[in-house]
Design a protein around this ligand. Structure first.
Ligand SMILES: [Fe+2]
Length: 308
C-alpha cells in the first residue's frame, strides 16, 4: 500500500516511492530512507508531501498517518483477475454511456446526470485498482479513439484528484471533466479528425479550435459547472504561455486545468497513433518531466506514483 504523508511525518526506515517536488535530486528515485542526511535533504526540499510504500518499509508506518481514506492509493486484497474484470466492466459501461451522451449532445439534448453514475462507477473501480489503470488506456481502439481517450483521461484525472486532496466533490467534477474535455472534437470535420497522416497548417488551425468549440457548446447547459467549462476550454494551455486557445500563463492556469493537461498528454503519448508507436509510461513521464516549462512537474510525479 502506498500512503501520501506530510514530509514532517517521515522517519528513517520508511520506503520512499516519490518526493513530490520538482528537484532533480529526487526525480524518479525510490529508496529506503536510511540516513539522517537523506531525511534532512527531503525536509529541506520544496516538497510538502511524500509517497511512502508501507509494505517495503522497515518501520510500522501506522494508519494514524493517513488523515482521510482517499489518501490511500489502495489496492490490497483483490486478485489481479478480479481487478481486471472490474475495470473492463467499468470501461464497457462508461463507453456505452459516453456514446449515448455524445449522441444526445449532438442532437441538442443533454442531461449531465447521465454522466454521474458512470463517473462514480469509474471512480470506485479505479480507486480499488489504480495499478491496472494503464491497461485501461490500452483498451483503446482506433474507431473509438475519442471515446476511450476521454475515458482514460477521466480515470487518470480521478486518480490525481484524490492524490491532490481536492475533495470528493471537486474530484467528481474532474471525472466528468475528463469525459467531456474533448467534446469540441465532435464539431471538427471527420476528414481532419480521422486523417491518418500529419495535419497541414490549415488543418491544425481547425483542430486547435476544439477547446473553444467544446466550451461554447457546454456553456449552453447551465448545469455544467464553471470548473468543467474552464477545464474544457484551457486543457491545451501551457505554463509558459505557448498553448492555445488564449496563450494563458501559469498564474492563470488552475490546478484542475493542469491536472487535465498532464493526463491528456500522458494518454496521447502512451497511445498508438498512425504516425508513431505508443510510448511506455516511463518514457512519457520523463518526456513531460523534462518539459517543466509546459507541464506542472508536481503533477507529473504524482501521476507516476499513481500508475507505477
Ligand atoms: Fe483536446
Amino acid at each position: 500500500m502506498v500512503l501520501r504523508i506530510r514530509k514532517s511525518l517521515l522517519r528513517k526506515g520508511m520506503y520512499i516511492e516519490a518526493v513530490e517536488c520538482a528537484d532533480l535530486e529526487f526525480s524518479g528515485r525510490r529508496f529506503l530512507l536510511e540516513t539522517d542526511s537523506a531525511l534532512h535533504s527531503i525536509l529541506a526540499s520544496s516538497a510538502e508531501y511524500v509517497l511512502i510504500n508501507r509494505a517495503k518499509s522497515n518501520v510500522d508506518c501506522g494508519l494514524p498517518v493517513c488523515r482521510q481514506p482517499d489518501e490511500h492509493v489502495q489496492p490490497t486484497s483483490l486478485r489481479e483477475s478480479d481487478q481486471r474484470t472490474r475495470i473492463q466492466h467499468a470501461v464497457s459501461q462508461v463507453t456505452a454511456t459516453l456514446r449515448d451522451g455524445f449522441d444526445e449532445i449532438k442532437s441538442g439534448k443533454f442531461d449531465i446526470d447521465r454522466f454521474a453514475p458512470a463517473a462514480m462507477n469509474i471512480t470506485a473501480s479505479l480507486i480499488a485498482s489504480p495499478h491496472v489503470l494503464v491497461e485501461v488506456t490500452r483498451l483503446k481502439t482506433k474507431d473509438e479513439g475519442t471515446y476511450i481517450h476521454s475515458l482514460a483521461v477521466s480515470g487518470l484525472m480521478t486518480g490525481l484528484g484524490h492524490l491532490s486532496d481536492l475533495g470528493e466533490e471537486t474530484t467528481r467534477e474532474l471525472t466528468i471533466a475528463g469525459l467531456l474535455h474533448d467534446l469540441g472534437k465532435l464539431l471538427i470535420p471527420n476528414a481532419i479528425l480521422n486523417k491518418s497522416g500529419q495535419l497541414t497548417e490549415a488543418e491544425r488551425h481547425v483542430m486547435r479550435t476544439h477547446p473553444e468549440r467544446g466550451y461554447l457548446r457546454l456553456k449552453q447547459h447551465p448545469e455544467v459547472s464553471d470548473l468543467i467549462l474552464e477545464i474544457c476550454r484551457f486543457h491545451h494551455e501551457a505554463l509558459d504561455g505557448s498553448g492555445y486557445p488564449l496563450g494563458l500563463r501559469a498564474d492563470r492556469l488552475s490546478l484542475p486545468v493542469r491536472i487535465c493537461t498532464v493526463c491528456d498528454v500522458f494518454d496521447a503519448l502512451t497511445s498508438v497513433r498512425p504516425y508513431k508507436r505508443a510510448w511506455t509510461s516511463t518514457e512519457a513521464l520523463k518526456w513531460m518531466f523534462d518539459r517543466g516549462h509546459l507541464f506542472d512537474r508536481r503533477l507529473v510525479l504524482r501521476l507516476g506514483s499513481l500508475i507505477n
